[in-house]
Design a protein. Structure first.
Length: 270
């Protein structure tokens, strides 16, 4: 199984573009699964630079409905055709950023009746060795989650903190064991790994790759979360990126042996 980072905040290869967002290609025994699409600006140039034919994509997974993960959805479907789109049933939730009393929609523009939408519920198999997983709201420890005050959804005439019910992650079973692929880990990276551990009966993972969404938090929060991550679980390779933040990268690097940023253009055989 091979994972290629197609879109990410930073470019690791010379011929690819950096963009605030995330898109990953997972190849499982010839099947090509694209996880997220970034904002859409870097997706096609980077796919071309990395030798990825858009029409070869057989499945699309949306980790959640934020613009920096689903912005390239419509453009991809124009090229790839009627491929299955795997997402949570609440992918259309109106994710909003509220700053200085100004509300900006930052969600996903998707016509659920116009795509082959496959709902992710619980543990959902996509290919032979790839699963998507949701973390039910009642199984999320709020003390382990980062819920920024500006990320909201409408409620009546006001706003409430965004609960991110549509947040999903992926589990890949390769020759090296179980790896976990995160979008933004809005459900809490520890909560996600705990859920994976309960389904697969292991607390040892080959790789954890993706956004952990803790980079904008205080040093105390980052220290607590990274300490919990490295004591609760055995992870051979940490490959954080996107919304993880450099503070969290440094904190994790001080506690784990193999930590490296997964920039656009990098790839991993698992």
């Amino acid at each position: 199984m091979k994972i290629t980072v197609v879109v990410e905040n930073f470019a690791e290869a010379r011929n690819v573009l950096g963009e605030h967002g995330l898109s990953l290609l997972v190849e499982d025994r010839g099947q090509r699964v694209l996880v997220d699409t970034g904002q859409g600006g870097a997706l096609f140039p980077n796919m071309q630079a990395l030798g990825i034919e858009p029409r070869s994509i057989e499945h699309l997974v949306l980790s959640h409905g934020h613009y920096d993960h689903a912005g390239g959805l419509n453009k991809l479907l124009l090229w790839s055709g009627d491929i299955p789109v795997w997402a949570h049933s609440e992918i259309e939730i109106p994710h909003t950023s509220l700053k200085d009393k100004r509300a900006n929609f930052i969600g996903c523009h998707i016509n659920t009746k116009g795509v082959d939408l496959r709902t992710v519920k619980g543990l959902t198999q996509i290919t032979d060795n790839l699963w998507a997983i949701e973390i039910p709201m009642d199984r999320r420890d709020p003390e382990l989650m980062n819920r920024p005050e500006h990320l909201v959804v409408p409620s009546g005439k006001g706003w409430v903190l965004d609960p991110f019910p549509d947040d999903i992650s992926l589990i890949a079973k390769g020759r090296e064991g179980i790896s976990v692929i995160l979008g933004c880990a809005h459900a809490g990276v520890i909560n996600i790994l705990e859920e994976v551990a309960s389904f697969f009966d292991t607390r040892s993972f080959h790789m954890v790759l993706g956004g952990t969404h803790i980079g904008d938090q205080s040093y105390d929060f980052i220290d607590r979360i990274t300490t919990e991550l490295t004591t609760r679980f055995s992870v051979e390779k940490w490959r954080p990126c996107h919304c993880t933040g450099l503070k969290a990268l440094c904190a994790l690097s001080s506690k784990a042996a193999d930590v490296s940023w997964a920039g656009a253009g990098s790839f991993f055989d698992i």
